[in-house]
Design a protein around this ligand. Structure first.
Ligand SMILES: [Zn+2]
Ligand SMILES: [Zn+2]
Length: 391
């Protein structure tokens, strides 16, 4: 199913009910309930709100009967918030203000912004309409408490079902929060969490693992399939694979430039880095950032270098070996003017090498920007159970 970028996804609906009991002495007690009756997917999270109407903490809702974590301030109110109609939640980064979606407003671990990488408690990522919902919720509760008569029981309902069914743009109250579909949906290769982000590359919002290397592995496997089926020639595979590697490696470098404090001159050196020239980028990354892209690959170094030079020839010289190619590539079998006959074997081997290089980049990068262990441990446990079941 194709979906439209930035289309709106409605709220899942449901009703929040406040029951306020005021005894004969004027002593007040209230209960908050949530019910959901539609067939739409829904998940529910709890946020602590300050009596003044702003979010101030996440509620860790364990199993039935488990006590919640204490609120950060006395008199905080527990706000129940339901997902969008796909069971997901929209978020807005408090730092870069960009939007994304994930499966939860998590309470046991912080959220990481897919774009700028900032990592803080998830209630800091509430969108403006979600914040309006929280203040509407607190106001409704306060109004009901204010009007309670001694000896009475009163119910006040915030009905998101009625709103979800009837709303047009003009009559929409600002607390009816929806979410906005982004451009790339992916499941994290490290923790398996769902993400929906703008653009293509980003961090997993749950664990902070960057998706770029995994996207390359997937793209190169597709290229490999097209080589096997005869749809792509080996030289086209060389061109496309190197270009895929180039944009992935560039993406990691851009993050390093943005997130690692460094002098302007070093930033400029890295910005000007070309991933076509193996000797240059290998040396620069090793010197600047202690990243060794060809770690453990000394046996394939000459091969990778030759293939990068061939890519240049396929791209710019019609596949005919130039003087420059003969000098730089270390390829002793060809003379200037020869047509390079690329083999499928070389193309396969290049894909393996590029994947290995990007995996090295990926793990060195994540060593600098450590992922959130909680989500990855849960996923590793899950994978272990699956393996045991299938064994
Ligand atoms: Zn951000
Ligand atoms: Zn993840």
């Amino acid at each position: 199913m194709t979906r439209e970028d930035f289309s709106e996804i409605g709220h899942t609906g449901g009703k929040v009910t406040f029951t306020i009991v005021c005894n004969e002495d004027g002593h007040l007690q209230y209960k908050i309930g949530y019910s959901h009756s539609s067939r739409l997917p829904a998940s529910l999270v709890g946020i602590y709100a300050h009596p003044d109407g702003f979010a101030c903490g996440n509620i860790v809702m364990g199993g039935i009967g488990d006590p919640w974590n204490p609120p950060p301030f006395p008199n905080c109110i527990a706000v129940m918030m339901a997902s969008d109609s796909q069971g997901k939640f929209g978020h807005e980064c408090p730092n870069c203000k960009k939007h994304f979606r994930s499966e939860s407003i998590p309470s046991r671990f912080p959220l990481t912004c897919p774009y700028c990488g900032v990592r803080v408690d998830s209630y800091h990522f509430l969108t403006p309409p979600q914040k309006s919902y929280i203040s509407h919720y607190i106001e409704s509760l306060h109004a009901a408490i204010y009007e309670a008569e001694p000896g009475s029981t009163r119910e006040v309902v915030i009905d998101m079902d009625v709103l979800a069914d009837s709303i047009s743009d003009e009559s929409r109250p600002d607390f009816y929060y929806t979410s906005i579909a982004q451009q790339t949906e992916f499941r994290c290769s490290a923790c398996n969490s769902y993400n929906d982000i703008r653009g293509r590359y980003g961090y997993c919002s749950s664990c902070g693992w960057r998706n770029a290397a995994e996207l390359q592995r997937v793209a190169l496997e597709k290229i490999r399939e097209r080589l096997v089926s005869g749809e792509l020639s080996p030289s086209d595979v060389v061109k496309q694979s190197v270009s895929e590697f180039d944009s992935t490696a560039r993406n990691y470098v851009d993050q390093l430039i943005t997130r690692v404090p460094m002098k302007e001159s070093r930033k400029n050196q890295l910005r000007g880095l070309l991933f076509h020239n193996l000797d240059k980028f290998e040396k620069l990354l090793a010197n600047c950032l202690d990243i060794d892209l060809l770690h453990g690959m000394s046996a394939n170094r000459t091969f990778v270098k030759k293939m990068f030079c061939r890519r240049h020839v396929y791209e710019h010289d019609g596949g005919v070996a130039t003087q420059r190619y003969v000098e730089k590539s270390g390829d002793v079998d060809l003379a200037k003017g020869d047509l390079i006959r690329e083999t499928a074997e070389n193309a396969h081997k290049l894909i393996d090498c590029l994947n290995r290089m990007i995996s090295t980049f990926e793990s060195d990068f994540q060593e600098l920007f450590e992922p959130e262990a909680f989500c990855i441990e849960i996923e590793n446990e899950r994978r272990k159970r699956v393996r045991m079941r299938n064994a």
